[in-house]
Write a protein that binds this ligand. Structure first.
Ligand code: FAD
Length: 437
């Protein structure tokens, strides 16, 4: 019997995965999708689960955290991964798919599931009652966004402004020094990469000459002063950065007692202190250019960039402020969020959050205990990150090994990722056992 116990808004990557997981657990689902009646500026295919841009789901190797996330989803019976494996195309070490076949595969599975009813048409408001999973994606329709805002207040955003993130153990601490401007806070909250005049000038020249990603029509915006791309700021004049995000005042180098000519500040990204972001360095430079140019920063010559900068049209909520690790809204736990709108970034991450929200939506419908994968797994590390980081500077995040808790004991750098993956898969198996019970 179909009681439509869960309503899911959005038949994209997260919404379809959530619907599948809930239905496979015996809970009836009503899945709402506005296509083909209405299309966002980036969607074109009439079917469900459309990949809007690249057809690659990124690397398969466990050496890469997104490879581990895919492996975990595969072991957990993900529809997204089953579709990808069934429709893959050759792509070296990456898992890439035929996007038409991929969407057709998922559409067929979802529409033929006896516990899933697909309803076509835009949902303008979050339903007043019942369990709802909002999975309307980075280009959520305007009317629904307005309804979401009534539940989230100011904690709903329409553009991201992502600065690059590097791993702590790849920073050269012989060059970077700890200090807060004028010794504020704990006095050493930031890492500072000092530049002399010649290095600063070469850096600004590189920013000005760097290749940029062209904005799509629907992404052309006038940026606020506080979140301008770093290269646009550099275009305003040779000294602009030195009086803006690269201001050295109040930051004497403790080794010399002298203020450097310019400074790049790095702020701790996660509680474990394994990741640092480049403050004010949101950018539209292409990824290869970011790696080349930001590696000119003293102390970051050999930095490992776990996330590169970007600026996109992107509807997302402040997850650490609003969400429980179960993907429920703290102030209205019958409402869950899934996909890119939760502040995860990427196809696989969106499907992964749909997987978790689908399971918890089903648990809620059945009156059973909700569950969160351990933070040592890729699924758990991602949810732990988006629900526990600093609410003030929250920006979307892709899965990466910098999000995982450190391994105990001494581990050689070259073995670290293999050991993290091994631990993750062992802990995942244990968690699966508990979830089944
Ligand atoms: C332009 C663009 C390019 C991207 N490129 C990539 C990339 O190359 N690689 C990558 O890994 N990630 C990429 N992303 C990021 C992200 O991974 C994808 O957007 C991903 O599809 C997000 O999954 P989702 O399920 O959250 O949202 P979506 O897959 O977008 O699904 C949301 C669904 O909700 C529907 N919807 C919206 N509003 C309503 C409503 N009111 N009522 C009913 N239905 C509604 C939409 O039609 C859509 O089908 C890109 C994002 C954008 C915007």
């Amino acid at each position: 019997m179909n009681n439509n116990k869960i309503k899911i808004i959005g038949g994209g990557l997260a919404g379809c995965e959530a619907a599948w997981q809930a239905a496979e657990r015996g809970v009836a689902v009503k899945l709402h999708e506005m296509k083909p009646e209405r299309y966002s500026p980036a969607h074109h295919l009439p079917g469900l689960a459309e990949l809007v841009c690249s057809n690659s789901l990124r690397g398969e190797s466990l050496d890469n955290a997104v490879g581990l996330l895919k492996e975990e989803l595969k072991r957990c019976g993900s529809l997204f991964i089953a579709a990808a494996l069934a429709t893959r195309v050759p792509a070296g070490g990456a898992l890439a798919v035929d996007r038409q076949l991929f969407s057709a595969y998922i559409t067929e599975k979802i529409t033929n599931h006896p516990l899933i009813e697909v309803v076509y048409g835009e949902v303008a408001r979050i339903p007043e009652e019942g369990i709802v999973i909002v999975a309307s994606g980075p280009l959520t329709s305007d009317r629904l966004a307005a309804s979401i805002a009534t539940h989230t207040g100011n904690y709903l955003y329409f553009y991201d402004a992502i600065a690059p993130i590097v791993t702590a153990d790849s920073i050269d601490f012989g060059k970077a020094f700890r200090a807060s401007r004028y010794g504020k806070g704990d006095g050493d909250d930031y890492l500072n990469c000092p530049m002399d005049e010649a290095t600063y000038k070469a850096f600004v020249a590189a920013l000005l000459g760097g290749d940029k990603v062209a904005a799509k029509d629907f992404e052309k915006v006038v940026h606020f002063e506080g979140c301008m791309p770093i290269e646009e700021m550099a275009e305003r004049g040779p000294e602009t950065l030195r009086f803006g995000p690269m201001k050295p005042v109040g930051l004497p180098d403790p080794r010399t007692g002298v203020e450097p000519y310019a400074v790049v500040q790095l702020r701790q990204e996660n509680r474990d202190g394994t990741l640092f972001n480049l403050v004010g360095f949101q950018t539209k430079l292409t990824y290869p250019e970011q790696k080349r140019i930001f590696s000119m920063i003293p102390g970051l010559e050999h930095a490992e960039f776990v996330r590169l900068g970007s600026m996109h049209r992107n509807t997302f909520i402040n997850a650490p402020q609003l969400l429980l690790p179960t993907f429920q809204l703290k102030n209205t736990p019958r409402i869950l969020f899934a996909g890119q709108i939760t502040g995860v970034e990427g196809y696989v991450e969106s499907a992964g959050s749909g997987f978790m929200a689908g399971i918890n939506g089903a648990q809620l419908a059945k009156g059973e205990a909700l569950t969160v994968p351990p933070p040592t797994t890729a699924l758990g590390a991602l949810v732990h990150h988006i629900t526990s980081v600093d609410t003030k500077h929250f920006q979307p995040m892709n899965v990466n090994y910098g999000l995982f808790p450190e391994l105990g004991g001494k581990v050689k750098k070259k073995d670290k990722r293999a050991r993290l993956a091994e631990r993750a898969l062992a802990d995942l198996t244990e968690w699966q056992g508990m979830v089944k019970d």
